[in-house]
Design a protein around this ligand. Structure first.
Ligand code: ATP
Length: 327
């Protein structure tokens, strides 16, 4: 039985996590859950936002499921547990599939965003001087080759015809470097390789999303574009994600702890449920992933929707309907 480290976290995290586990169990896949703590509530209780025993549990599991953690920017000594977890487990690829489940999205697109997770403007090499602040944008050959390969391998595995590199190589030397490596790696794959300036892509995602299939890009660009893509496909409540490394993987919704609606049973659990489905696929249960995605789609299209999606049902009711639709 695969061991899964379950980190419910803060805010709506525990609520959407329960919904997700209910759906995963209903598929019939047997998993062993090891519960662990991280986030703001954990920090306030035990003085650590990512305790050593949580890291250990994550390292010893085949995958982690993470609800959401709150990261206040003004708390000294507190760093984002997600960023720390990604570093500790060397999760270099961030994978975010976007599609419309409700049939009522701004755009009916089907795009997978692959984002480099370890460097770029999030290199952490920064300094604040008296009259200026500097952040180094680091792009290494190793990390770029690794993420580009990941994108092409993904395209091959899931029969996706085109990988587009998003960059700003007309301005940034580091992006010229990224682009060159992209086209060199692309030569080894029988998948169409394209490119677009990231600002033009931000526009085309709205006006002509059909031109895109798999996107591969640097850390900050990916961070920004994934919120745009979530907005186009029904909002944060429907956006799942995976952070994947050579040995470990963490599956979590794109949204945060949403403290404004926490504890009310109102959160949309779709993003967490779909993240769980991605985890099943990662563990080798591709059919179960499809079953869950279909059940979520059926649920939404029948009008069973949470408030963020224009409906009236609660977190538990949505999950129960997904379980019913699993058959
Ligand atoms: P954080 O700092 O943890 O990212 P945040 O409030 O800035 O928190 P989110 O938690 O992603 O960012 O929430 C942004 C908005 O989207 C909030 O108004 C929240 O209520 C809404 N939201 C986020 N996730 C969900 C969800 N699963 N269901 C319904 N609404 C959600």
């Amino acid at each position: 039985m695969d061991k899964i480290c379950v980190i419910p976290g803060d805010g709506v995290g525990p609520e959407v996590m329960e919904a997700c586990l209910e759906v995963l169990d209903a598929t019939g896949v047997r998993l062993e859950y090891v519960r662990a703590r991280a986030g703001l509530a954990c920090y306030e209780r035990c003085g650590s936002y990512l305790p050593e025993e949580t890291l250990e549990a994550a390292r010893e599991s085949r995958a982690c499921l993470l609800g959401a953690v709150q990261s206040p920017s003004d708390l000294r000594g507190y760093r984002s547990p997600i960023v720390e977890l990604r570093k500790a487990l060397e999760l270099y690829a961030n994978l975010r599939p976007f599609r419309c489940y409700t049939g009522r999205c701004l755009r009916d697109l089907d795009i997978v965003l692959v984002r480099e997770n370890t460097e770029g403007l999030y290199s952490g090499i920064e300094r604040v001087e008296e009259d200026r602040a500097v952040t180094e944008r680091v792009v290494t050959r190793k990390a770029t080759e690794r993420i580009v390969r990941f994108a092409f391998e993904y395209a091959l595995k899931y029969n996706r015809g085109r990988v587009t590199c998003l960059h700003k190589a007309n301005v940034l030397e580091s992006d010229r470097f990224f682009r060159e490596i992209f086209f060199r790696v692309a030569e080894g794959y029988r998948v169409e390789a394209g490119e677009e300036l990231v600002d033009a892509a931000a526009l085309h995602l709205i006006t002509d999303p059909g031109r895109f299939d798999v996107l591969v890009t640097a850390n900050l660009y990916g961070d920004i574009l994934s919120d745009e893509l979530a907005g186009l496909t029904g909002g944060l409540g429907f956006a799942p994600s995976a952070s994947i490394g050579e040995e470990h993987a963490v599956f979590e919704p794109v949204h945060g702890a949403a403290p404004d609606i926490a504890g009310k049973g109102a959160a949309n659990p779709a993003a967490m449920i779909l993240s769980g489905a991605m985890m099943l696929d990662h563990l080798g249960y591709a059919e179960e992933r499809e079953r869950i995605e279909q059940a979520v789609e059926e649920t939404c299209r029948a009008g069973v929707l949470t408030r963020d999606a224009g409906g009236r049902c609660g977190t538990e009711e949505f999950a129960a309907e997904v379980v019913r639709n699993l058959g």
